[in-house]
Design a protein around this ligand. Structure first.
Ligand code: ADP
Length: 747
């Protein structure tokens, strides 16, 4: 019996027939298409086959080649299988072919075939199962898988999936790269087998909890395997396992740690800055905007302005926001808003240095402050405020004021100098003495040209070695005269601004009197030499006369006439000694002021005639013409004293007159009487004219001519005692004229 026969209606109810009937029913009911082919002709087709091929009756199939319903691409493989079966192979592998239905639509069918032999020869039975739907679903599933793995491959996180037994079922490329092992070597292995060292880690514990409790987990852990920080997301999967994403967060961790660290550092710096602001003994004011309308200060800054902590210290804040109850003044004038240091820095970007101003409170109290302000700029260079730091110099300035007063009260010229040796402050006395104007004091210019180099060298050395300084030198006064000063300076090692405090003390008079004392000593010595010489001359002459007299008297007959002459000679020398002694006595009397005038009516013409007469023999002896021209000039004077004056003057004229004529004149001149003695002799150089009237002073013109240097001094003293004047006019080589002017009215 063949399947082909079963298509005929069942006729016999025998057991065999019943079995055949059941088989035939199975074939009829089979959802798979069943065909019997013989000699490439369809001999039988069940209902499922009709449906597969899309025909309504078996007649459309029977007798046709099955190939007519297969897609041409499949013909070759179908034929080859048919051939193999017909050649005796018991079976060929299943394969899937495309069925082209009667209406032209395609269906996919999986076919299995076997050959059989019956009475009519070899035939093939073919079963075709419609797998169109299954293939479509398979394709869809594959596509879905592909899409999932595409996604998983493309994500930046590493991903892997494990099943409920921790077997690795999937991992993407990133996970493969992280774990540095080929994917195929890992799939199918358990996670703990792959990473035994991770099994006890806290990350593993978190994964196990997620698996156990079927809840998502997110955690960060340090992977000892990767040596990096990883962030892990684990989601329970529908299949009972876990889907796990992980990513390297080492960089993020580091950045976060760094951010935290720099935040800490910034905080620490801010704290330090605040500590500095709170402890610095200066007022610090910070403008918070580019108008400086909001100004905050440190504690010192608030206290200085007498304002509460946190107050807006700005003097330009709008009225409601302003706490300031003071005014900022300079030289007694309120500072315009834009020029106040903080405002100038904030509003104009101008740095202000060494600005000194007064904070004047409503109650009149004042603080003097000194400081700097500078603009605050952001990274782009835009002004956004300003900061100012000021110190309270009220007491300092007060103290400086006292020092200044002290400096002004001192009788000395006072000055100060900085560390570089520049003299800054000078007191008024300095300006009074030098005539230099305030702000234009130049101490070097006042130095005597002879002293200058020495003084400057010593000063430079003191500046360099920071030592005290002391030196005597001359300073030019406003009157054009130099006076001697003792310059002293104390070096304050601690200060830079005012290192030296100096004074110049006028020691001129002391110096001059010391000098004149020295000179007086010298003069006295000269005088003693001179005096002993002056005395020796008449004494020698006296001794000679006495010796001559003795010889004469020892003669058997002494000559009376000779004796008289010799005695006259003795008398003359004694007179000379007496005059000398008188002169010395006059000097001591005049010097001691023990001296009185005894005035009486006197005509100077008479006096002059008498004195000239007395000099006649001497003048003639030396061959000097001596002339007198005297008008009667009566008055009240001390006769012997004026005799002495005239005697000195005429004596000098003969002594220094070089035998040229000597003239004496006497006349009245208004209220005065004038006596004049003129010679045409040596004359006196102008630089000595002032000195010759002093005690013991002799001009160098005298040469070998003897003298005590006292005559003119005595003469001037006597004339001045009469209220008169003794003056001289002289030219070297042309002679001298001494003039005595006396008031005539002296009673
Ligand atoms: P003495 O004549 O004893 O030296 P004086 O006091 O009389 O002292 O004079 C002081 C000096 O003045 C003299 O030493 C001399 O140098 C100068 N002197 C005085 N009279 C004349 C004169 N007529 N001509 C030139 N020099 C004179």
């Amino acid at each position: 019996m063949t399947l082909g026969e079963t298509t005929a209606a069942p006729t016999s109810p025998s057991p065999l027939a019943a079995a055949e009937q059941r088989l035939a029913d199975l074939v009829r009911l089979s959802p798979d298409a069943i065909l019997v082919n013989r000699d490439d002709r369809i001999e039988f087709a069940n209902a499922a086959a009709l449906e597969l091929f899309g025909v309504s009756s078996a007649s459309e199939l029977l007798g046709h080649s099955p190939l007519e319903w297969f897609h041409p691409d499949d013909h070759e493989v179908v034929r080859s299988r048919v051939r193999r079966l017909l050649q005796g192979e018991p079976s060929v592998p299943r394969n899937t072919v495309t069925v082209v239905r009667a209406d032209g639509t395609a269906r996919r069918a999986e076919g299995a075939a076997t050959a059989f032999r019956d009475t009519r020869g070899l035939a093939l039975q073919v079963v075709l199962r419609d797998v169109t739907e299954r293939e479509r679903l398979d394709a869809e599933v594959r596509a879905a898988h592909q899409q999932r793995s595409d996604i998983l491959e493309s994500i930046t996180d590493a991903f892997y999936a494990v099943d409920a037994a921790w077997v690795l079922t999937y991992l993407n490329r990133r996970a493969e790269a992280s774990w540095r092992r080929p994917r195929q070597a890992m799939l199918g292995q358990t996670l703990w087998h792959l990473f035994p060292e991770a099994e006890l880690s806290e990350g593993a514990e978190a994964l196990r909890r997620a698996m156990r409790e079927r809840t998502p987990a997110r955690f960060e852990t340090f992977s000892t395997f990767l040596h990096t920080w990883v962030e892990i997301f684990a989601y329970p999967s529908a299949a009972g396992g876990l889907s796990v994403y992980f990513r390297d967060i080492t960089e993020r961790k580091r950045a976060a740690a760094q951010a935290a660290e720099s935040e800490l550092r910034a905080r620490a710096r801010a704290a330090e800055l605040q500590a500095v602001l709170d402890t610095v003994p200066a007022a610090v004011w910070i403008a918070k905007d580019d108008r400086a309308d909001l100004v905050e200060g440190n504690r010192f800054g608030e206290a200085l302005l007498r304002l509460a902590p946190g107050a807006n210290l700005s003097t330009t804040a709008p009225p409601g926001a302003r706490a300031a109850t003071f005014r900022l003044m300079r030289d007694g004038v309120e500072i315009p808003p834009d020029e106040r240091p903080i405002q100038a820095a904030a509003r104009r970007g101008q740095a202000v240095r060494d600005y000194e101003l007064d904070v004047v409170f409503d109650d009149g109290a004042t603080r003097r402050i000194l400081g700097n302000a500078t603009p605050l700029l952001d990274a782009a260079g835009r002004r956004h405020g300003a900061i100012g730091a000021f110190i309270d110099v009220t007491e300092l300035r007060q103290f400086e004021g006292w020092l200044r007063h002290l400096a002004e009260a001192l009788p000395q010229l006072v000055w100060t100098a900085d560390a570089d040796g520049h003299l800054g402050f000078f007191n008024q006395r300095w300006r009074d003495y030098t005539g230099q104007r305030p702000g234009e004091e130049r101490w070097e210019e006042a130095l005597h040209p002879v002293d200058r180099e020495g003084v400057l060298a010593r000063w430079r050395a003191a500046v360099e070695q920071r030592t005290d300084f002391e030196l005597e030198h001359r300073l030019l006064g406003a009157d054009g005269q130099f006076r001697w000063f003792l310059r002293r300076a104390y070096c304050d090692q601690s200060s830079r601004s005012q290192r030296w405090f100096g004074t110049c003390t006028d020691i001129h008079d002391l110096k001059v009197s010391q000098e004149s004392l020295r000179q007086a000593d010298r003069l006295k010595e000269d005088f003693l030499n001179m005096a002993s010489h002056e005395f020796r001359t008449p004494l020698t002459a006296l001794r000679l006369q006495v010796e001559l007299l003795r010889r004469n008297l020892r003669q058997p007959e002494p000559s009376r006439e000779r004796s008289d002459r010799q005695l006259k000679g003795v008398e003359a020398q004694v007179d000379r000694l007496q005059v000398l002694l008188g002169t010395l006595l006059d000097v001591s009397r005049l010097s001691a002021g023990k001296f009185t005038l005894e005035s009486a009516p006197l005509d100077l013409a008479d006096l002059a005639a008498e004195v000239v007469q007395r000099f006649r023999p001497e003048a003639e002896g030396s061959g000097t013409p001596l002339r007198l021209q005297a008008d009667s000039t009566p008055g009240h004077w001390d006769r012997p004293r004026l005799d002495q004056v005239l005697t000195n003057l005429i004596g000098n004229a003969l002594k220094y007159g070089n035998r040229h004529p000597v003239e004496v004149e006497v006349r009245a001149a208004g209220q005065d009487a004038v006596m004049l003695v003129r010679d045409r002799g040596l004359g006196i150089a102008p630089e000595h004219l002032g000195r010759i009237f002093d005690r013991f002073e002799r001009a160098p013109n005298t040469g070998a001519i003897q003298g005590l240097g006292l005559g003119l001094w005595i003469a001037r003293s006597l004339v001045e005692a009469h209220g008169g004047r003794l003056s001289v006019e002289s030219k070297v080589g042309e002679g001298s004229t001494f003039t005595v002017t006396l008031p005539r009215g002296i009673p």
